[in-house]
Ligand binder design. Sequence first.
Ligand code: AMP
Ligand code: ZN
Ligand code: FE
Ligand code: FE
Length: 295
Amino acid sequence: MMFADLHLHTNFSDGTYTPEQLTAEAKRFGFSAVALTDHDSVEGCPRMAVACEQAGIEFIPAAELTAELNGHELHLLGYFVDIHNPRLLKEIGKFQAVRQDRIREMVARLNQLNVPLEAEAVFAIANCRSPGRPHVGRALVQAGLCVNLDEAFDRFLKKNRPAWVPKFKISAMEAIELIHQAGGLAVMAHPGLNRTDDVIPELVSAGLDGLECFHSKHSSSTSDHYLRLAEHHDLLVTGGSDCHGLNKGKPLIGSIKLPYDYVRQLKASLSELPATTATPQARSPSALSAPRTPP
Ligand code: AMP
Ligand code: ZN
Ligand code: FE
Ligand code: FE
């Protein structure tokens, strides 16, 4: 059997593995294909593509975009996007600038609570353009201000806790269109972690291509529920672990083994897209640029 993991993070967002370390883990678990889905970032893709090529693993460039619909945050995975697409890069640049300002705002709120953290300490730990709450949490732990990440989230960083700052989001409709114009397929991430399925018909009308039915935080009944919804709406099915590195001493990669046939279906539907949305060349691994220096 051939398997894929289509939801993975590296240290180009809030994961802890480098693209090379993540690829080595994928190899260890015997994956045939993987997608890199860093939050609001595609910068890890060139290095991951090279590492995967060397490891004999098929690589799918992707990103996990933060979006919203009717006041609900939702995450849209864009698979097979052209990582050089100018509009995608411009939008990602905006996301990242706001994420950096948000770190400063979170630190200012912590300082008001007499928690002496410096923004520079967070940026040093993040060492990427797409910093987020886990980096603030890790900086709090490293400075001895919290015992662990759970405490950092519970006391300060969770929604509606005192250092929580809302994140810049684009509307889900814009995100779907952005992914499509970059030649990609738009998939709703971990729908089981969202509070409502009501948004799905609206997303489908806006051109949603798929549902992430399999996810490390979905129970088997949750996966079954979304498989039925995907069938009902004629959507593609994806799945992935959402591995961010070690989680309580163990990586999540390996917890979801998506049968490769689902990847075939993604590629088949990509080839049916109108030629204007992306050239086949834009999607081939060779179109990815040479590796950049580490972030
Ligand atoms: P952000 O994108 O900056 O809002 O951070 C969201 C990320 O924080 C998620 O992708 C998770 O990786 C992580 N996260 C969210 N809640 C928790 C939590 N309670 N404990 C640890 N990590 C969390
Ligand atoms: Zn994350
Ligand atoms: Fe997510
Ligand atoms: Fe994720």
